[in-house]
Design a binder for this molecule. Structure first.
Ligand SMILES: Cc1cc2nc3c(=O)[nH]c(=O)nc-3n(C[C@H](O)[C@H](O)[C@H](O)COP(=O)(O)OP(=O)(O)OC[C@H]3O[C@@H](n4cnc5c(N)ncnc54)[C@H](O)[C@@H]3O)c2cc1C
Length: 417
């Protein structure tokens, strides 16, 4: 069979991983992105956690209370402003339908299986391709500030342990043995859940390193190319129009993160992907500071941290504000307070790098993969708050589907709905 020309739209971590697995299967691949380099948008400065041990879906019975409180108090980790945005309200309605106990358990179990599969592929790729991305693979800590929330977390974690994840409950003293950098915050900590299998690493460094490997395998990167439209004829895509010209191929993969719905809508798709803004702040650190070594999340404040070589990053907030990625220093104040409280000597807090990105969220928390109604158009989008964790797995699944193979895990609920 002659090798097929395949066009991947989007060079985030998802698009580049997709290009890799397609090239590995012998396809000629072109990746198109509007930025000068891959991973300049949501994959740029995320929390960096590869965390099957935290693959709970956001839609849960508790989420309804959080949503309600966020309407009255914008200092919450979740920020929702009442405004006219039919897409946002349609999305929120579907999100609420997924907040039942049954849906939460089903969606989390599906997500977990995808995260575990993906982490396995990421580890293999890292080893075989010798990829460097400031990886730390010694687990992750999920911290709780009081006994009540720790007890609730212990209940909730069964859904993950039943799915094969090892999670250990630690008291405060045990937490300090794993992470001495938390010593001065001892009184603030009731305990933690430790997931030995979770890890962290810089998604952007990974994407750039994988781009180099893709290039060595013959993948063509067409950068600074804004996709303006996708042209289709009956049930087949025939071209992609960009500011640099028209690109054609045999098959096309849509991996534009939060922007996928914009490009899919003229073709008749209403992808349930909504941008949920998150913020990160990165500081320089070195041996003269006492940065944490294990990535983690302060579960009571929903602030995550991870160390990447000589950098320490904190991330937080889920904000519904459309496609706006602006930020101001006050947006980072709550997470900075948590950072300084947990790790007072963790980094040079005088030199912050601020960033905001848009999580391409689906109401269910699982991505949209595989076939569309156009016979040569495929989706790999909607990875939400765990696209770094799920990138390799979803890329391989989509490449397998395109080659007519059954995906190795069950992807029910992750196809076009
Ligand atoms: C604050 C925060 C913390 C996070 N933490 C984690 C974490 O700890 N672990 C985890 O697993 N995930 C995490 N995530 C989620 C993860 O970052 C995303 O799921 C992932 O980056 C999505 O990748 P993507 O390739 O789909 O999207 P993107 O990285 O946004 O890539 C889409 C690409 O499409 C391009 N593009 C868009 N429109 C066009 C167009 N019209 N023409 C040409 N190019 C276009 C963009 O330039 C971009 O390069 C976090 C996200 C945020 C915001």
């Amino acid at each position: 069979m002659a090798s097929k020309d395949t066009v991947v739209l989007g060079a985030g971590v998802v698009g580049v991983a997709t290009a890799w697995y397609l090239a590995e299967q012998g396809r000629r691949v072109t990746v198109i992105d509007r930025r000068a380099l891959p991973a300049m948008e949501t994959s740029f400065a995320n929390a960096g956690m590869v965390a099957p041990g935290h693959s709970y879906t956001w839609a849960s019975p508790q989420a309804l209370g959080i949503l309600w409180r966020s309407l009255r108090d914008d200092s919450q980790a979740l920020r929702l402003k009442i405004r006219f945005d039919p897409d946002m309200w349609a999305w929120l309605w579907k999100f609420m339908l997924n907040c039942t106990i049954d849906r939460t358990q089903l969606n989390t179990a599906r997500k977990l299986s995808l995260c575990l599969y993906s982490q396995d592929l990421l580890q293999r790729l890292t080893t075989t391709q010798k990829l460097q991305y400031d990886r730390i693979s010694c687990g992750a800590l999920y911290l709780y500030r009081d006994e009540i929330s720790l007890a609730r977390a212990r209940e909730k974690m069964r859904i993950l342990t039943n799915g094969g994840v090892r999670l250990d409950i630690l008291n405060a003293d045990e937490v300090l043995k794993y992470e001495p950098a938390l010593t001065s915050a001892r009184k603030q900590i009731a305990g933690a859940i430790y997931c030995p299998g979770d890890e962290s690493g810089d998604a952007r460094m990974f994407t750039l390193a994988l781009m180099e490997r893709c290039r060595e395998s013959g993948v063509n990167f067409m950068m600074d190319a804004q996709v303006q439209s996708i042209e289709a004829n009956a049930n087949k895509v025939i071209a992609v129009h960009t500011n640099l010209g028209v690109v054609t191929g045999d098959d096309y993969v849509l991996a534009l993160g939060s922007y996928s719905p914009h490009m899919a809508r003229p073709l008749g798709y209403r992808l349930p992907v909504y941008p949920v803004k998150g913020y990160s702040i990165t500081f320089p650190t070195d041996q003269s500071y006492q940065p944490p070594t294990i990535a983690g999340v302060d579960e009571n404040n929903l602030v995550a941290w991870a160390r990447f070589g000589n950098r320490l990053r904190f991330t937080a907030t889920a904000e519904f504000s459309g496609y706006d990625t602006d930020h101001k220093p006050s947006d980072f104040a709550p997470m900075l307070r948590v950072a300084k409280l947990l790790f007072p000597d963790g980094a040079d807090y005088e030199h912050p790098e601020y960033w905001a990105g848009l999580r391409p969220m689906t109401p269910e928390g699982t991505p949209i993969l595989g076939k569309s109604r156009h016979k040569n158009l495929y989706f790999n989008t909607g990875h939400g708050h765990m696209g770094w964790t799920m990138a390799c797995g979803t890329a391989k699944i989509v490449a397998d589907i395109m080659n007519g193979c059954e995906p190795p895990i069950n992807i029910t609920g992750m196809t076009l709905r």
